[in-house]
Design a protein around this ligand. Structure first.
Ligand SMILES: [Zn+2]
Length: 195
């Protein structure tokens, strides 16, 4: 697990929170979120009542926790704050669903989600109602890949959006077998095969 820039934490974090939501049928508590962030390689830096700061080698993470509203702001330590990303987790009472969105921090009026689709989990049945393409990042040589599991790939394929990059949302993903490259963000995508 490597994190060079905010999106490389945002996607695995959304995946972990999604799994937690479906499994426990509630949003993570402060302690549970801490465990998730530590598992993803971050170290607690300092904290206040409602605000917790974590540090990685290349990123700084600010967590705001309200009862059913969590925002995780991920900032690059390079100082280019416009590259910041926010992961928002909330209970949408109107939609009767829990939502996990990945939003660029510099676009306050940004509608929707980076990449493909936000995570939408039904608040009654706790079933996944959207087809987000999430995974974790892996470095191979001088390339960085988003690794997605076979069943995620299957749902992605069924959604008919295989040409859209799940990392930056650009519509120019080029596939070569079970591997793809995005010419916009430079990341590769690999489908994990079960041996
Ligand atoms: Zn891309």
């Amino acid at each position: 697990m490597i994190i060079y820039e905010p999106i490389m934490l945002a996607i695995p974090l959304a995946e972990e929170v999604k799994t937690h939501l479906i499994k426990t049928k509630r949003v993570p508590t402060e302690g549970e979120l801490k465990k998730i962030l530590e598992k993803l390689g971050l170290k607690p830096f300092c904290s206040d009542k409602k605000l917790h700061i974590y540090k990685g080698k290349h990123i700084l993470v600010i967590v705001f926790l309200l009862k059913e509203y969590i925002t995780v702001d991920i900032l690059p330590l390079s100082g280019v704050l416009s590259d910041g990303i926010e992961v928002a987790v909330y209970h949408d009472k109107h939609l009767k669903a829990y939502i996990i969105e990945i939003i660029p921090a510099n676009e306050l009026g940004f509608e929707g989600n980076i990449g493909l689709e936000p995570v939408i989990v039904d608040a009654d049945t706790f079933e996944l109602k959207s087809t987000p393409v999430l995974g974790y990042f892996k470095e191979e040589g001088d390339e960085v890949f988003l690794i997605v599991e076979e069943d995620v790939y299957r749902i992605w394929k069924e959604s008919g959006k295989l040409d859209i990059c799940p990392i930056c949302g650009a519509k120019n993903l080029v596939w070569k077998g079970k591997q793809a490259y995005c010419t916009s963000c430079g990341f590769g995508i690999k489908v994990m095969r079960y041996e």
